[in-house]
Design a protein around this ligand. Structure first.
Ligand SMILES: CC(C)(COP(=O)(O)OP(=O)(O)OC[C@H]1O[C@@H](n2cnc3c(N)ncnc32)[C@H](O)[C@@H]1OP(=O)(O)O)[C@@H](O)C(=O)NCCC(=O)NCCS
Length: 171
């Protein structure tokens, strides 16, 4: 994938049709905490009520059309040095290096946008090998295995925890 075709930008209400293509796919949401979005009304509501007000949620765009997202949510108060990162891209685009490219673009922006941020964290289910590979390619360090840590789709699941610090280098 030509990196000049990939960009990150805030969501717009006009992304609803494009968002519905990837957000309605159970393959995309199975490792995410949110459920598939199945109508254009729900896609518009999600953009207006979740994506736009989010502290940092960007659309991953191919030729400026939304094909996925990255979100970073910093904690508050004395925990504001930490933030959790999450991401997905439509299944038609898997395996083309797009999320790797998008996270590499996001990291310097996020550390600039949140000056107190020191540590980005990612939680990944053991079966989600593609996501672990992405984090390794981007320079995240695998720190441990958290038993029965995350609640997702009605189940309490094991998770690997990864981190990237503000002093770390993107390979
Ligand atoms: C996981 C996901 C984000 C990866 O995005 P992507 O754009 O396909 O990732 P990239 O192409 O940049 O890299 C994927 C890497 O994983 C590898 N990979 C993918 N599936 C794999 C598998 N089942 N076994 C081994 N390697 C796998 C690819 O070969 C590639 O590595 P390589 O470049 O060394 O060949 C994407 O599949 C997705 O959106 N999944 C659904 C949502 C999700 O799981 N989000 C993360 C929650 S923690």
């Amino acid at each position: 994938m030509d990196s000049s075709r990939i960009s990150l930008r805030p969501f717009k209400l006009s992304d609803a049709d494009d968002l519905l293509i990837w957000a309605s796919d159970d393959k995309v949401t199975s490792y995410l905490r949110w459920h598939t979005i199945t109508s254009i009304e729900a896609a518009s509501k999600y953009i207006q009520e979740v994506a736009i007000p989010h502290p940092w949620r960007r659309s991953i765009c191919l030729d400026d059309r939304s094909i996925g997202y990255i979100s970073v949510r910093p904690e508050s108060g004395s925990e504001r040095h930490k933030a959790r990162i999450a991401y997905a891209v439509g299944s038609d685009y898997w395996g083309q290096g797009i999320v790797t490219m998008a996270i590499k673009m996001a990291i310097p922006i996020v550390f600039k946008d949140f000056p107190y941020l020191v540590r980005l964290e990612a939680l990944v289910e053991p079966e989600n090998v593609g996501s672990q590979r992405v984090l390794e390619k981007v320079g995240f360090k695998k720190e441990g295995f958290l038993r029965k840590y995350g609640f997702n789709k009605g189940e309490i699941r094991d998770m690997f925890i990864y981190s990237f610090l503000s002093i770390d280098e993107i390979p």
